[in-house]
Write a protein that binds this ligand. Structure first.
Ligand code: WQD
Length: 340
């Protein structure tokens, strides 16, 4: 089995991926600056998998931190890079911090991979790179359009940097473009940690149902969709985590067909905001308090994945449904709020 460095491994998708790597028998080293998570997640990972990953608290925009990591662990077989600032709205207010953090950490990691001739790099990217795609469902060949947020731009720039580094230094890399990650681990030991007012739909739904928020605002019901509300591809975070395991093993076993590959990770099904609310109400038995308000600036009408390449080339497909995700998200919310 392999030894994998997971940056941002105590974060939402990172922690679920650490569990899947461990349960597949891999050894995991986690580095996280704890800027958007808590150290308790380490113990909760252990409660699920039975083993605590090696943990290093570190800021990857500090060059010495990155080289120190690789000196301490010269036997790494691969890197999965989640660590990044990821709030779209915040990135508009603080673009320079987003570029400094998200880009320099990526460059420093790639320099270490180059210098140590370490292959097998997986990059956390996003469907944001497609903007409002002309054609749906969205394939990996759909055009990447100029990002509307500095956050989205750091993902686009990141992919370009990786492409050119792979060409120049001949290591292998995969970018995984996530659609909308939702849900939590069925054990309710790990999930989306609510730090501040949630910007994303599903944590806002569960916090409203838990009584932390007065009412959910649905951003617009005048979109050209079946019920007027916007459509997204909501993918269960456990399915997403499993895709990272499959992608890393693809590289470890040298099954990749190109040195650099890109995969869309979604369910292939779009759901409207009202359908998400309905699914939540069905599995929770709660009646959600919401109101329709104006559209949110920057939102696209619809985005959902063409999953052909992920299914047929990567050899991975989602198994969990939107209702599974709502049930797991609700169980997690009730657990952290001590609601029985
Ligand atoms: C989903 C839908 C909103 C909140 C963002 C990032 C993307 C990725 C996932 C990191 C939209 C509606 C939301 C609310 C609402 N993040 N909504 N009321 O914007 O599709 O994607 O998160 O990679 O990069 O852009 O996700 O959950 O914010 O919104 O009506 O209180 O829910 O308008 O239609 P989004 P979201």
């Amino acid at each position: 089995m392999a030894k994998i460095l997971v940056t941002g491994g105590l974060g939402f998708i990172g922690s679920h991926t650490v569990v899947e790597l461990q349960q597949a028998g891999h050894e995991v080293v986690v580095v996280d600056d704890l800027s958007n998570t808590t150290i308790e997640v380490l113990n909760r990972i252990k409660k699920i998998s039975g083993q605590e990953p090696t943990f290093i608290k570190g800021d990857l925009k500090v060059r010495q931190t990155v080289s120190g990591l690789f000196r301490a662990h010269p036997d790494l077989d691969g890197v999965i890079h989640f660590a990044a600032f990821k709030a779209v709205g915040e990135s508009v207010e603080k673009p320079l911090e987003y570029y400094e953090n998200n880009i320099s950490s990526l460059v420093y990691l790639l320099q270490e991979l180059r210098d140590r001739k370490l292959d097998n790099f997986i990059f956390s990217s996003s469907c944001t790179v497609y903007g409002q795609a002309e054609k749906l469902p969205i394939t990996e060949n759909s055009p990447v359009v100029p990002a509307i947020s500095p956050y989205g731009n750091t993902k686009q720039i990141g992919e370009e940097i990786i492409t050119q580094a792979v060409e120049a230094h001949n290591f292998k890399a995969i970018s995984l473009r996530y659609f909308n990650p939702v849900g939590a681990h069925p054990s309710a030991e790990i999930g989306e940690l609510p730090l501040g007012v949630p910007l994303n739909l599903v944590p806002y739904v569960t916090q409203t149902a838990a009584g932390l928020r007065e009412q959910l605002s649905v951003f617009g019901d005048d979109y050209p969709t079946r019920d007027g509300t916007a459509i997204r591809d909501y993918i269960h975070v456990v399915d997403l985590a499993k895709a990272h395991l499959v992608a890393m093993e693809r590289l470890l076993q040298k099954k990749n067909e190109e040195n650099y590959e890109v995969f869309n990770l979604g369910t292939g099904t779009g759901s409207t905001v009202l359908e998400v609310i309905k699914a939540f109400e069905k599995v929770s038995g709660e009646t959600l308090n919401y109101k329709i308000v104006d559209r949110r600036a920057g939102d696209v009408t619809a985005a959902y994945a063409d999953t052909t390449k992920a299914n047929e080339v990567l050899g991975w497909k989602t198994e969990k449904t939107l209702e599974d995700a709502m049930a797991d998200a609700w169980r997690w919310e009730k657990k952290i709020r001590n609601i029985n």
